[in-house]
Design a protein around this ligand. Structure first.
Ligand code: PLP
Length: 394
């Protein structure tokens, strides 16, 4: 019998995909399911972006490209990052990758090995921990707390750094909480990192253009003192409603970019060529679709928060970014995962239990508001009915 390597027994997954599969199955069986589980915009990719991909194919752009992406696209990424963060970025430091996840995969592979510690947000995107465990490094959760507005705490993060720490993963605006870490807190973290010059930082800013109430997004790229050790993770999936195109990018310190180029050569060769031209059109074309999408998310965000706060046992902080709300359900008397499961099976509403994002997610469920206001209202009414009948609050 063949034997696979033990590393693969440690790899995890994203329960959001399992919930999506179950929701799809229930819908196929004729159940009326509202999906607040999935983390992707419910908008179409803007037409001019789709047309750019079609045109690229017609123009014969269907061959291999350089492993880190076509130069005009890397130039456009560099210009866009410079415009938004003020950091001078060279196209030579940019890698176009098949989705934001690939940057995380590459960065964690680069720094993770037995004996190394990697800090990551908890609750946070589940793939961070999964990949850290895959490499044999020790996952060190940085608790993300509601009382902190779901921002990460500089003090807590710095206190967890030891000589074994190789990489810190940060995510703001954050999945699953919608938390945005204020600039003052990031200033504090960056100041504290001066003491740890060998620690690299992976800054997952995939929701960077989705903040609300005029709150600015602070990029880790905007700090010159750490720029030689920051890996920026960003991409097109969320900003331009392009999750299925598999288009992401990263900005790497000069010391690392060639390692990523080689990883690309060994694994994915290059990103789908017409998709790269779509990505170019997205960055260089009109941005009004992005603004319209964010404005619509903002409207839905208010609806979710207002309605969720009316439900028995539930209290919902106002998310400051991304398109998720993370209501506290501890007063319903339910544990989060059984509640999420009962809501799907009995009330026909897909949500994700907080513990799917880490142990500090207990007591919360994630509601994605990437769904119509009508569906959000219907879903929350169903959750309300369910809790009225099944609430265990004393
Ligand atoms: N980072 C975070 C925080 C995310 O929530 C996601 C997707 O949900 C990703 C990265 C991955 O994005 P992509 O679909 O581009 O791989």
């Amino acid at each position: 019998m063949f034997r696979t390597v033990a590393q693969f027994d440690r790899i995890g997954e994203e329960n959001a995909f399992a919930v999506l599969a179950r929701a799809t199955q229930l819908a196929r069986e004729g159940r009326d399911i509202i999906n607040l589980g999935i983390g992707q915009p419910d908008f179409r990719t803007p037409d001019h972006i789709v047309e750019a991909a079609v045109k690229a194919l017609r123009d014969g752009e269907h061959g291999y490209t350089p492993a880190t992406g076509v130069l005009p696209l890397r130039e456009a990424v560099a210009a866009d990052v410079t415009k938004r963060t003020g950091a001078p970025v060279s196209p030579d430091n940019v890698a176009i990758v098949p989705g934001g996840k690939v940057t995380m995969f590459a960065a964690i592979l680069l720094f993770g090995e037995p004996g190394a510690d990697i800090l990551y947000p908890d609750p946070g995107f589940p793939i961070y921990r999964s990949m850290i465990e895959f490499t044999g490094a020790r996952p060190v959760p940085v608790p993300i707390r509601e009382e902190n507005g779901f921002a990460f705490s500089a003090e807590e993060t710095l206190a967890l750094i030891t000589p074994a720490t190789r990489l810190i993963i940060l995510n703001s605006p954050a999945n699953p909480t919608g938390g945005v870490t204020p600039k003052a807190e990031i200033d504090k973290l960056v100041a504290g990192l001066a003491k740890w010059p060998d620690v690299a930082i992976l800054s997952d800013e995939i929701y960077g253009q989705m903040t609300y109430d005029g709150l600015p997004h602070t990029s880790l790229m905007s700090y010159p003192e750490i720029r030689d050790r920051v890996i920026l993770l960003d991409g097109w999936s969320k900003t331009y409603a392009m999750t299925g195109w598999r288009m992401g990018y990263s900005v790497w310190p000069a010391a690392l970019i060639d390692k990523i180029r080689k990883l690309a050569v060994n694994c994915w060769s290059c990103v789908n060529a017409p998709a790269q031209f779509a990505g170019l059109a997205a960055l260089t074309g009109p941005q009004d679709a992005v603004a319209a999408m964010v404005a619509e998310f903002d409207r839905r965000r208010r609806v979710v928060v207002e309605e969720a706060n009316k439900l028995p046992g539930m209290s919902c902080a106002t998310p400051k970014g991304a398109f998720y709300a993370f209501p506290n359900i501890s007063k319903t008397g339910w544990k989060a995962k059984p509640l999420a499961s009962a809501l799907l099976e009995q009330a026909g509403v897909a949500t994700i239990g907080g513990p799917d994002f880490g142990v500090h997610g207990e007591g919360y469920i994630r509601l994605s508001y990437a769904n119509s206001t009508e569906n959000i209202l219907k879903a929350l009414a169903r959750i309300g009915d369910f809790l009225e009948k099944n609430g265990k609050a004393g």
